[in-house]
Design a protein around this ligand. Structure first.
Ligand code: SF4
Length: 217
């Protein structure tokens, strides 16, 4: 019998692979469904998400939703938007402060099993340097984000939307002026328009949607 997303997600939620290294124990957090159009690959849950089981219910989540141009009612619509961090469980803190990196075994274990079971995904947001490094490669986060057009239409790299990003945004005005309007238009187009006939990674549909949205083009 073939794998199903329901079965794979249940297995991920029951995972205890690195229990011995997790300060609060395993609590895998992911939101997936076979119909999702937008996939958010983020870093790892924090303590608040670990306690509640709901990711991005904080200031960083508010910032990410503002970037995407959507409210919580769409963001948490599990039939339309998937959230699958690089580490599904809270990894703890570094000795000198700051969040510990996602558990390295997690994404290689679960992403290859879960991703093929979400065939309707048309836009993957790579949120933060860990997701960017796995999907695109190592290097400067800023350089990867600044080169976002080269990853379209299937993927779009973003910084982690923590409070530290406010200063980063001020130093990189192209992000607010150019990338965010493009991101919002793409999220809206992927969620609302009928692009089912297009294969993932195919550019034609976006050019059509964009052309239709821009009078005179
Ligand atoms: S971090 Fe990932 S691999 Fe480790 S226990 Fe949680 S779900 Fe399993």
């Amino acid at each position: 019998m073939g794998d199903t997303l329901e079965r794979a997600a249940a297995a991920a939620r029951a995972c205890t692979l690195c229990a011995a290294e997790l300060p609060l124990g395993p609590r895998p957090i992911l939101r997936v469904s076979p119909t999702v159009r937008v996939l958010i690959i983020s870093q790892a849950p924090g303590t608040k998400a670990h306690a509640s089981g709901v990711p991005w219910e904080d200031r960083s989540g508010e910032r990410l939703r503002r970037w995407m141009g959507i409210g919580p009612e769409i963001f948490y619509d599990e039939t339309r938007i998937a959230i699958m961090p690089m580490g599904l469980c809270y990894p703890g803190r570094l000795p000198k402060g700051g969040d510990a990196p996602p558990m390295p075994i997690c994404a290689p274990t679960w992403h290859p099993r879960l991703l093929p079971l979400m065939p309707a995904v048309r836009l993957t947001l790579l949120v933060g340097s860990y997701a960017i490094a796995r999907a695109i490669g190592r290097g400067s986060m800023t350089a990867h984000v600044q080169a976002w057009r080269g990853r379209l239409p299937a993927r779009l790299p973003l910084p982690h939307p923590s409070w530290r990003t406010e200063e980063w945004e001020r130093r990189n005005p192209w992000f607010t002026a150019d990338l965010l309007p493009d991101l919002r238009a793409r999220v809206r187009a992927v969620l609302d328009s009928g692009v089912d006939a297009m294969a993932p990674g195919e550019c034609a549909w976006w050019e059509q949607v964009k052309g239709a949205a821009e009078p005179g083009t």
